[in-house]
Structures are given as structure tokens and as C-alpha cells.
Write a protein that binds this ligand. Structure first.
Ligand code: ADE
Length: 224
């Protein structure tokens, strides 16, 4: 998989890809992440990429031309399955969307800034708009990093068996059951007996029951 991120702040998109699972996925060649500084595609001497909005009003708008130039350059090199715009008024990210995106070959993620992008960018280039929640960030970069993290860990080979994504919360519309490790007793606080029993069928049944209980208590909407 290849992810191209278009941004005015590429420095916000370095460290997430330089540590842990995402770093290893890149090193293993399972994913490539490239950032593109939108200012490099500005058409004037001031490296301008935003302008006042027509009709008046506070806040600058990201101009269509640099974005078109950047997307066109990328599209001339390969075909893209999705061109995603990170925006608080997009579809809220879910595990289902992450699963879907993890199957794609090439995607572009455009990070919004200021008031957002000229609507014509959304109308003519963007295939999908994603929000990471009902709150407003100062730009789309951190949201894009979250999408990348959620997607990349699902690519086959990225997680080992010991960190399999199949048992994650949400993967089957259930929250994950409680988990424990050694010691079996700490300050008198005991690990549930069944987990020490070695009876895998009983353990599975207990986990399923706990996941149902936990989901009903915290996220009954997931059970609908
Ligand atoms: N840009 C600003 N806020 C955002 C959000 N909540 N999700 C995605 N992109 C954003």
C-alpha cells in the first residue's frame, strides 16, 4: 500500500511514522508513506496557498490550483483508489472504514487548514471525506496520522499473531473483554479463576460473555 499525504505542515507528520508498529511496517516494505508540501505547488512567488473567501467572512480558504497541481502530479505517476479529505464535516471514522481502506493499493490524503479548501476541490477531486470525531482540530494532519495508524496496522503482515487485529475492540462490533497478565494475585486482587483454568472453550465463553456485558454497559449503540 502507498499513502500520499498532501499538507502545509509536513513536520507534523514525521514522528508517527518513525516509531513502533508504523515504522516497522514501512521498514518491512508493507506500506510507503510520502508527504507533499503544498507550498511546493504554489504558483506565485509568495508560495501562497490560501486566499480570502469570496463573499467575505473571517478565515482563509485553501486555493484550488496548488492542490490540483499536486494531485495531478501524483495521478500522472499511478492510479489512486481514493482521494480522501480530512475534515470535521466528513464521515466519522470507524473500524469498518479502516478495514475498507486497508485493502486499497494507493490513496491520497489531503489535510485541510484554515477555514478549509475551496469547495471545487471537494466536488471534483475528493472521493471520500473523513472526520475523526465531533471536534475541530487546527488542521487535518493529526487526523490523517490517526487514519494512517488505524489502517496500516490492519495490513496483513504488519501485526504479528500476538497483536492480531482480529481481537480488537469494534472488530466484531463488540468492545474487547478485560485482559490480565502475571502475577495471578497482586495486593489480594485476583485474576478471574477461569483464565487460569487452561480450559480454552470455557475461556472463550467467558471472554464472549464479558465482551457482551462490557459493550452493553458502555456502548449499547453497538449492539443495535
Ligand atoms: N480537521 C479539523 N478537525 C478535524 C476532524 N475532527 N477530523 C478530521 N479532520 C479535521
Amino acid at each position: 500500500m502507498r499513502i500520499d499525504i498532501i499538507t502545509v505542515l509536513p513536520e507534523l507528520l514525521t514522528s508517527p511514522f518513525e516509531a513502533s508498529i508504523l515504522k516497522r511496517a514501512i521498514e518491512k516494505g508493507l506500506v510507503e508513506v510520502h508527504t507533499h508540501n503544498l507550498r511546493d505547488f504554489s504558483t506565485n512567488n509568495y508560495k501562497q496557498i490560501d486566499d480570502y473567501q469570496f463573499g467575505g467572512g473571517a478565515g482563509m480558504v485553501m486555493m484550488i490550483e496548488p492542490i490540483d497541481k499536486c494531485i495531478s502530479m501524483l495521478k500522472s505517476e499511478r492510479e489512486y483508489d481514493e482521494i480522501i479529505y480530512m475534515t470535521p464535516d466528513g464521515t466519522t471514522l470507524t473500524q469498518g472504514i479502516a478495514n475498507e481502506l486497508s485493502l486499497k493499493e494507493n490513496i491520497i490524503i489531503l489535510c485541510g487548514h484554515y477555514k478549509g479548501v475551496d469547495q471545487r476541490v471537494r466536488d471534483h477531486f475528493i472521493t471520500r471525506e473523513i472526520s475523526i470525531g465531533d471536534f475541530v482540530l487546527s488542521g487535518g494532519e493529526l487526523a490523517a496520522a490517526i487514519v494512517c495508524d488505524a489502517v496500516i496496522r490492519l495490513i496483513p503482515g504488519v501485526l504479528g499473531n500476538e497483536t492480531s487485529a482480529l481481537t480488537d475492540s469494534f472488530q466484531d462490533n463488540l468492545l474487547a473483554p478485560p485482559i490480565y497478565t502475571r502475577p495471578a494475585e497482586y495486593k489480594g486482587w485476583k485474576v478471574p479463576e477461569v483464565l487460569l483454568s487452561g480450559n480454552t472453550a470455557k475461556i472463550e465463553a467467558w471472554r464472549e460473555h464479558e465482551a457482551q456485558k462490557h459493550t452493553a454497559a458502555r456502548r449499547p449503540d453497538l449492539l443495535d
